[in-house]
Design a protein. Structure first.
Length: 418
């Protein structure tokens, strides 16, 4: 049933019914070119803006996200979308601001639906081409995704392989309890009466291998998520005037507030100082860029003689000794790894493959080290590596082979070819 206001004319009512019908066809994936253009024309009318907005929220969520574009293909799609929208007539600018904003909003909705249609068409073409090839010879040594894997090295040098122990109590050392939750979180609990005991200040190291990730709840209530190939050095209990940890790789921090005990993260040549806040640090040794992104709260970042106070959605970058501050960062992209996604935004192939190497524990080799291609896309981290490589390969600019590894350090070997 189509709902409408009593004041709506019969003609407008039929128009709204037609919009609903075409939107339903879009949802079912059966919208043809003529119907698509008709839908765009209808959506460009201000009176249909509210209805289109509601549908837009739904179809955007349902649009497949597990496809990649090369940067050039992404730009081509963008230009195609723009070419489908007629430029506004000069007379529009003689209308009042309210009408202008409505028309502009309707045009944006039309552009987005055009983009969705183009994405859908391109995805269908990509999937068909992949299926028609039926060539899995290049992926004879497929590999599943990573998971919750880590080792805990205690202050007394005892090493616990966390993915090999049962959930529940891992360690009972008097005033210190270490537990493992079903969700893959390591929990440190210290008897409050003994939290300042110097014996609990010894350093533990939580390490995730390539293909691993883990969470830890520190004794002060702070939470840390570790990405693959990362480590966190921390004490069982924070004593003294500060809470200090050391990060290698990538970690997301949610720090409990303590006015008298600032939390300090040392990562390579950078120091991040907070009282209570949420932030992400990417400090992989094999990445030129060292980045700290603030999600909420505030942090003080120090690099050599430079200090800066970050605000939410700001990112401090250090590259080759140079310091740079970026604003209006999309934090959802920064935290995609934590939520189970790879997000590539005009990301060059070497950077893409470093991320895949860490998560799938593969050794990457290049037939041509000078290969230079960029990619745009989002995909779940919990797919076999062959699925991701086939999508990258569908851009028809590069190819891959997944082979058994001759190095016992790695699960597989991935060859990148032109």
């Amino acid at each position: 049933m189509c709902l409408y206001r009593k004041s709506t004319s019969l003609e407008q009512y039929h128009q709204q019914q037609r919009v609903d019908f075409l939107l339903q066809l879009y949802k079912e994936g059966t919208l043809n070119d003529d119907q698509h253009q008709e839908l765009i024309d209808l959506l460009a009318r201000p009176e249909n803006q509210d209805r289109a907005s509601l549908w837009l929220d739904e179809v955007w969520k349902q649009t497949p996200d597990q496809h990649f574009f090369s940067a050039s293909k992404s730009n081509q799609l963008h230009q195609s979308v723009l070419s489908k929208i007629d430029p506004a007539e000069p007379k529009v600018w003689r209308l009042n601001k309210t009408i202008i904003s409505i028309v502009a909003a309707a045009a944006v909705i039309a552009i987005v639906f055009s983009f969705l249609f183009l994405r859908q068409s391109n995805f269908a073409h990509t999937d068909t081409s992949l299926v028609s090839k039926k060539d899995t010879s290049a992926f004879i040594a497929d590999l599943g995704p990573g998971g919750n894997k880590a080792t805990l090295k205690l202050a007394n040098n005892r090493v616990i392989v966390l993915d090999q122990v049962k959930n529940g109590l891992v360690l009972n050392a008097g005033n210190l309890l270490v537990k493992k939750s079903v969700e893959g979180q390591l929990i440190f609990q210290v008897n409050q009466a003994s939290k300042n005991d110097a014996a609990l200040s010894g350093q533990n190291i939580l390490t995730t291998p390539a293909g691993g990730q883990y969470q830890v709840l520190l004794a002060d209530g702070s939470k840390v998520w570790l990405n693959a190939s990362s480590s966190l050095k921390f004490p069982s209990s924070f004593t003294g005037n500060e809470r200090k940890v050391e990060l290698t790789g990538e970690g997301y921090f949610e720090i409990s507030k303590s006015k008298n005990q600032p939390f300090i993260v040392n990562a390579r040549e950078m120091k991040v100082e907070v009282l209570g806040t949420h932030f992400n640090i990417n400090a992989y040794p094999d990445e030129q860029l060292l980045a700290t992104t603030l999600i909420e709260g505030s942090v003080k970042l120090t690099h050599r003689s430079n200090s800066v106070l970050l605000k939410p959605h700001e990112q401090a970058n250090i590259k080759n000794g140079s310091f740079k501050l970026q604003k209006n960062i999309d934090v959802k992209d920064v935290l995609a790894w934590k939520e189970g996604y790879f997000v590539f935004d005009n990301e060059e192939i070497h950077s893409v493959m470093r991320k895949l190497s860490r998560w799938y524990n593969v050794k990457v080799e290049y037939e041509d080290p000078q290969v230079n291609e960029e990619f745009v896309g989002t995909i779940s981290k919990f797919k076999n590596i062959s699925e991701i490589l086939k999508l990258l390969q569908a851009t028809r600019t590069i190819k891959f082979k997944v082979l058994p590894s001759q190095d016992p350090t790695y699960e597989r070997r991935v060859v990148v070819m032109k």
